[in-house]
Design a protein around this ligand. Sequence first.
Ligand SMILES: [Fe+2]
Length: 427
Amino acid sequence: MVRTGPSDSVHRDTVLVLDGATAPPGGTGSGYTVRAPECPREQRPRLSKFHAPEIVFGPDSLPETAHAALRLGAERPFVVTDPGVTEAGWPAELLRHLRAAGLRPQLWNEITPNPKDHEIQAGFERYGSSGCDVVIGIGGGSVIDAAKGVALLAANGGAIGDYEGIDRISHPIPPMVMVPSTSGTGADVSQFCIITDTERLTKITIMGRALVPDVSVIDPRLLVTMPDWLNAATGLDALTHGIEAFVSLAHGPLTDTHALHAVALVHTNLPTTMIRRTDDGPRTAMAQAALEAGLAFTNAILGATHAMSHQVGGMLDLPHGLINGVLLPHVIRFNGADDPTRFVPIAQAMGLPARPGMPGDEAVDMVATEVRKLADEVGVPTGLGAIGVREPDVPRLARLTLGDACLTTNPRTATVEQIEDLFREAL
Ligand SMILES: [Fe+2]
């Protein structure tokens, strides 16, 4: 039996109510309010902390990356990216801005999706040999995680696998500036770094305050060069972050607001970005959704969907958000069967006809069905079998899930048998 996370961060009784269930079509959530009912003293949440980087947000903000690096003392920034983002042209534009500011950047783009332990080691060696001082990541979650891994090793040495777990980083790491090119991972504001362990064929989770970047520069222009499959996968990842953070045992009033708003923004805007790819409004809304979902989950942590998804991703090297999209409806029903109450505000955030006081199991069903509908709309397969998971894989995947840090804040405890059942339902 796995038991849950830190008891002093459990705030089950904090409830936020949404007025006006939907964000305006194509909008960024203006006119959309969150109202908190008065909370009796005995139910008030205890101390909580909320960490976040400095955030620069808005179209055409990319040049600000150079100013951020200068403020952090950069002379030779180490720019981490990947071949796909390089082809889209954003790193070339960034290098121009960095050079115009008098900096001497070094570019490293030799990483693959779901970055591997040996790639982080190679990046660390390149960083050390080029005399760099500040790390800049420009790309999706894989790039940003790789950039964090390089920075971590630059100050602490050893192998990346040595830091698996929570707060195992002892020396301060070089300053980090992140520029996301997808709308979903939240890695640019999070304290997480996810790396593939190529020996054990799993993903390891490294967590700690030291991994929160110093500055996140979010320019929605960069999102238009994402292929549709990546837009769908990262958008569903953001939705999963919002829902898992809202029901997490470590949620609190500061994370709830961001989590629910992110759910509303993804629900309203993700389908539009798949149809009208270059429209500014929906892209900017999705950039905000990814940011708010990231702020929510890095402080409230996640749940069983991510704990299970990391194992599938480590085994099959598939897009993380796509696996989440398949698993999330099943985990919602599993968690909701134990305590459905927090799924009512989530249903409201999605614009569904939910109301306080309604039977919670109806809200759970509404949310799970709507998530699956959204996944269908953006082209996510209906089962894990379609992406390569087989029945004989289930026991190993379930056993590894029990060791994942994200499971500790899932609102319902789970035995290995229950996790196996969830994997089988999702096949
Ligand atoms: Fe995620």
